[in-house]
Design a protein around this ligand. Structure first.
Ligand code: 5AD
Ligand code: FES
Length: 349
């Protein structure tokens, strides 16, 4: 490790921020030793705040129908080979009940941008989950909606919203998305969610096509400024039925390095070790936790639809019953000295 990298790590530890140029230099100049030091510091910070707790969130993939056509995503509307499904409100509530009995106290409803789920429908789902399970947090991950829509969902009781910014660089955003999607609207959504009182999650893919270290530095500056309650990062993984089928996947190494950096920028933020990380390496999620992550999101979707929610090739956990997945994840966390925690797991302020 060079003296310069050592100094940058010291500065990040002390000040929780670097300039964009410094982030870029840190990423470009990293080596195994730098990664180890950062991971050690990041997991120490995480342990100081959250102990050895890993927060479990139950993820229900309510629909793979999407009006958007993001170039990287396997459920883009242009993928005509994708077999589409929608869960009915009854099915979603059954999944939430099952999640509750498995111990989850955060239910995440995620889906493509499917206009079928009107505000009225999502609001009544939120109200019903809260009526049945008042001690549960409800998290939504339903893409870009109007401010009025976000306000109605919040009013109905939604606590949190996950919307990855995908990239903080406008030109890069335009290379990952079709012309009808806009970076400015994405940012508008994130600002609205914040103003409406949601706990907000942003995030990006590591190794997305055309991504440079300078772009990642911009993502880190954005995270510094936005101070998200949650930050989802995982490797890009190509999907064979998308225009990016021939682009290489992001790496475990860089993803873990960035998890550590983000933990040091935002010590209290909730950082998931994502399914994508577990897909590119059999121990990816464990390695993510050891680099500073503190959340996992096992799948609660009915087994019958799991394979269809394929954002990228080779997604893991698509054949398992929810209960199996929870047991497996709990054992994985115990194997590295952490424990599954099933309370709401709100961000510590
Ligand atoms: N590889 C990895 N992550 C992906 N996502 C979408 N497509 C892919 C892919 N091919 C991520 C996006 C989105 C989140 C739900 O999944 O960042 O916001
Ligand atoms: Fe799903 Fe291991 S976490 S099977």
């Amino acid at each position: 490790m060079t003296e310069q990298i050592n100094a940058l790590i010291g500065k990040l530890l002390d000040e929780h921020r670097l300039s964009a140029k410094e982030y870029e230099a840190l990423i470009a100049g990293r080596d195994a030793e730098a990664a180890e030091i950062l991971a050690g510091a990041a997991s120490e910070v995480s342990r100081r705040i959250y102990g050895n707790a890993i927060y479990f969130r139950g993820l229900i993939e309510i629909s793979n129908i999407c009006k958007n056509n993001c170039l990287y995503c396997g459920i883009r509307r242009g993928n005509t080979d994708c077999v589409r499904y929608r869960l009915t409100p009854e099915e979603i509530l059954e999944c939430a009940d099952e999640g509750y009995s498995l111990g989850f106290r955060t239910i995440v409803m995620q889906g493509g941008e499917d206009p079928y789920y009107t505000d009225e429908m999502v609001c009544s789902l939120i109200r019903e989950i809260k009526r049945r399970h008042p001690d549960c947090a409800v998290t939504l991950s339903l893409g870009e909606r109007s401010r009025e829509s976000y306000a109605a969902l919040r009013e109905a009781g939604a606590d949190r919203y996950l919307l990855r910014h995908e990239t903080a660089n406008k030109a890069h955003y335009a290379r990952l998305h079709p012309a009808e999607m806009s970076f400015d609207n994405r940012m508008r959504c994130l600002r609205d969610l914040r103003e409406l009182g949601y706990q907000v999650g942003c995030g990006f893919m590591v190794g997305s096509p055309f991504q440079t270290n300078a772009h990642i530095a911009e993502d880190l500056k954005f995270i510094e400024e936005f101070q998200p309650e949650m930050c989802g990062i995982g490797p890009f993984i190509p999907h064979e039925k998308t225009p990016f089928r021939d682009h290489p996947a992001g790496t475990l190494e860089l993803t873990c390095f960035l998890l550590s950096v983000i933990r040091l920028i935002c010590p209290t933020t909730l950082l998931p070790a994502t399914t994508a990380l577990g897909t590119i390496d059999p121990l990816g999620r464990e390695k993510g936790i050891l680099a500073g992550a503190n959340v996992v999101m096992p799948n609660l979707s009915p087994t019958s639809v799991r394979k269809k929610y394929e954002l990228y090739d080779g997604k893991i956990c698509t054949g398992d019953e929810s209960a199996q997945c929870v047991r497996c994840m709990a054992a994985r966390m115990e194997s590295i000295g952490y424990r599954m925690v099933v309370d709401r797991g709100d961000v510590k302020k």
